[in-house]
Design a protein around this ligand. Structure first.
Ligand SMILES: [Zn+2]
Ligand SMILES: [Zn+2]
Length: 330
């Protein structure tokens, strides 16, 4: 099969021919039809995360069609469309796995990081961590649901019942969370890179009550803020915008250093919390919710071989919605 390989961090991905793996017990072989480009893929390519496999096939928002089943696979059949998310496996017995927090498993394995992912024509996944996908979504439109949607949903839950919700960074996850939050009756305030008029227009189109620069003062105190941009300087900015008792949710896997800030902006029972990974329960809840809203994803598609270009566009914020690699143009 053809695949885009990351040989070493800080190098472009390389198009290569490699053998597709044969599915082992409990695994399924999927023909990849679409794979989203997540900011985490950039952090992997940049070497921001520890112990990156070499080489590795990135990609953890995989929409695939079941080709063959390994031994002992239940619940999936050849020809079925399934989604493969970031959480690719857990130990099943640590204190996190046994208390409903498998997202924090000490021995978790992540797709496109510890395990080869979806920047390829085929991939192999542990069937227990795959999701059937709602039929309402076309292949490319479904891809961003698998991480931007899932992690966004978990971040929104972490924001509690906030009525006024600030969102910092209006990329793939934000455009999904905004739609859910508006549908839930919340007021969304979207904060973007300074001068990013198109992202601000996009946020208003999706129902945000207000959109402006992250450096602008908030038009009203927030009850919660979700930070999707990997920019530590946004933490004190979001804290200052958040009312007493409010929560600031850091939703990314990596963030630049958070600058020192005076205690008074945390005082008043404000909370800072991070959101890490996903549980399978998040997936079940989110894939039930998304078609009800209905969440509509906006995607920009690229042939698989143009993964480097797609990643560059995500890095520069030059994507409205989500970037998705598709195999037909490969
Ligand atoms: Zn575990
Ligand atoms: Zn992701």
């Amino acid at each position: 099969m053809r695949a885009m390989l990351l040989d070493h961090p800080r190098q472009p991905l390389r198009l290569a021919h490699v053998a597709a793996r044969t599915p082992g017990a409990g695994e399924i072989l999927l023909r990849v039809v679409a794979c989203g480009v997540c900011r985490t893929d950039l952090h992997i390519a940049d070497g921001d995360l520890p112990e990156i496999r070499s080489p590795v096939i990135p990609g953890h928002e995989i929409v695939g069609v079941v080709e063959t089943l390994g031994a002992d696979v239940a619940g999936f059949a050849p020809g079925q469309r399934v989604g493969v998310p970031w959480l690719g496996g857990t130990c099943g017995h640590c204190r996190y796995c046994t208390s409903g927090r498998e997202n924090l498993c000490d021995d978790a394995r992540f797709t496109g990081y510890h395990l080869d992912g979806g920047y390829a024509e085929y991939t192999v996944a542990d069937a227990r961590y795959c999701f059937p996908l709602p039929a309402e979504y076309a292949d490319a439109a479904a891809a961003p649901l698998l991480c931007a949607g899932l992690i966004g949903y978990r971040s929104l839950v972490a924001a509690g019942n906030a009525r006024r919700l600030g969102i910092y960074g209006f990329g793939a996850a934000a455009h999904i969370v905004c739609q859910i939050a508006v549908w839930q009756g919340r007021d969304v305030f979207a904060f973007t890179r300074a001068g990013d008029v198109s992202a601000q227009d996009f946020a208003r189109k999706l129902g945000a009550r207000w959109a402006g620069d992250s450096t602008a003062s908030t038009p009203a105190p927030l009850d919660a803020a979700i930070i999707f941009a990997p920019v530590g300087a946004l933490v004190p900015i979001a804290l200052r915008a958040t009312a007493k008792g409010g929560v600031v949710v850091c939703a990314g896997i990596h963030m630049s250093e958070i600058p020192a800030f005076p205690y008074e902006i945390l005082w008043g029972e404000r909370t800072i919390v991070s959101v890490a990974n996903l549980t399978r329960r998040d997936g079940t809840e989110f894939f039930t919710l998304a078609p009800r809203v209905p969440v509509r994803t906006e995607v920009v598609t690229f042939p698989l071989a143009q993964a480097n270009e797609a990643m560059a566009r995500v890095r520069e914020g030059r994507i409205t919605g989500a970037a998705v690699l598709v195999t037909p143009g490969f």
